[in-house]
Design a protein. Structure first.
Length: 366
């Protein structure tokens, strides 16, 4: 081992990094592997204050997101919103704020995840020296609420945060509101329950934001990367009661959102910006429906997972053959075939109509 590697923390030396779509790479003209939007909007920037540090939490942006989040029965105040560098930073800040890392004298706290799910929960915990406990999704890939509650309330349990992704990446499953409420009551005073709603714009009536004011231990993470088509600016949000936001504000970096990012995000959350987002969602949801209906007719498809986000997970009879066909035709997908319980599965991002037609043409040729 080199001298520099030897200096790194042991957990980092042993860590297998999360491989993002860009990090994995690929060659082609049709990119359907990162759940990105197929289009983007234009924005105006005021560069007159670039010599100044940005505000810690830009009030205009925070108010805009509080207003936007106050739909479908939710009532969110600015004190219940924190903006960050994507939802990924929110995940890390939650762990750093509420979990004690392991030490020579103690095993420390842990997070609980429900695989198969988004990989960054575990990576963020591991880099912070926090243990990762697991309760697998049930046979239908829904959350096993009874098992999660038992894990949180088990003797000597060190679980401080439970991460639940809905729509779940990659399976698309949603949360059961009544069972979530029961879990929140069972975990009160013991653990935070985090609902990751990165894709909620594609099924907004299924958000859990209306529960925040009644449950101090509920946290919701959001992003502008998906439906808002702003993956490049890295802007996310945390919704929770003010007491949670106050604790996270002690830990987050002093200037988490650059001024150009705040300007773009605020424009995206304007009345006009929201109209554009909702039009995009309507188009993508329709494209998803057309793709899903067509996939169900193909002999090479054995299972179609719930279609709730801007992606669909598909189980094929022979994923290697499908993957090779996509690669040979310059279509880049996300392969999940090596993941536990996801044998022969490939996740397809919902793109524009031309990209969906190319996808179906390749599959129909097999």
């Amino acid at each position: 081992m080199s001298d520099i590697k030897h200096l790194a923390r042991g957990t980092v030396q042993a860590l297998t990094p999360y491989l993002s779509a860009r990090r994995i790479g690929g060659k082609g003209d049709v990119w359907l592997n990162a759940n990105e939007a197929p289009d983007c909007s234009e924005y105006q920037l005021d560069s007159s204050n670039l010599n100044r540090y940005p505000e810690f939490q830009p009030p205009t942006l925070i108010q805009a997101y509080a207003d936007y989040a106050s739909i479908n029965g939710a009532s969110i105040s600015p004190e219940q919103v924190l903006t960050s560098r994507g939802a990924d930073e929110s995940i890390e800040i939650l762990i750093r704020t509420f979990c004690e890392p392991a030490s020579a004298s103690t095993s420390g706290d842990s997070i609980l995840i429900c695989p198969p799910t988004y990989g960054m929960y575990a990576i963020s915990a591991e880099t912070c020296g926090v243990q990762v406990d697991q309760v697998a999704l049930d046979t239908h890939f829904d959350v096993d609420y009874v098992a999660v509650e038992q894990a949180v309330n088990a003797p000597n349990s060190q679980v401080k945060i439970v991460f639940l992704c809905a729509p779940n990446n990659p399976t698309g499953n949603m949360l059961d509101k009544a069972k979530l409420v029961d879990l929140l009551h069972a975990a009160k005073g013991k653990a935070l329950i985090v609902a990751d709603e990165a894709y909620i714009e594609f099924c907004p009536t299924l958000s859990q934001a209306d529960l925040i004011n009644n449950h101090e231990n509920l946290v919701i993470t959001r992003t502008l990367s998906k439906a808002f088509a702003l993956a490049s600016i890295r802007c996310g949000f945390t919704l929770a009661q003010a007491s949670v936001i106050e604790m996270m504000s002690k830990v987050i970096a002093p200037y988490p959102v650059p001024d150009p990012v705040a300007q773009i995000a605020t424009q995206a959350l304007s009345i006009q910006g929201l109209e554009v987002m909702r039009e995009r969602v309507a188009i993508l949801n329709n494209n998803r429906m057309v793709l899903a209906n067509s996939l169900q007719q193909l002999d090479c498809v054995t299972e179609l997972f719930p279609a709730t986000g801007n992606f669909v997970l598909v189980r094929f009879t022979d994923a290697k053959k499908v993957w090779q066909a996509f690669s040979e035709n310059g279509v880049i997908m996300r392969d999940f075939a090596s993941k536990d319980r996801l044998e022969n599965c490939i996740r397809i991002t919902i793109g524009n109509i031309d990209e969906m037609q190319v996808t179906l043409k390749i599959l129909n040729s097999l």
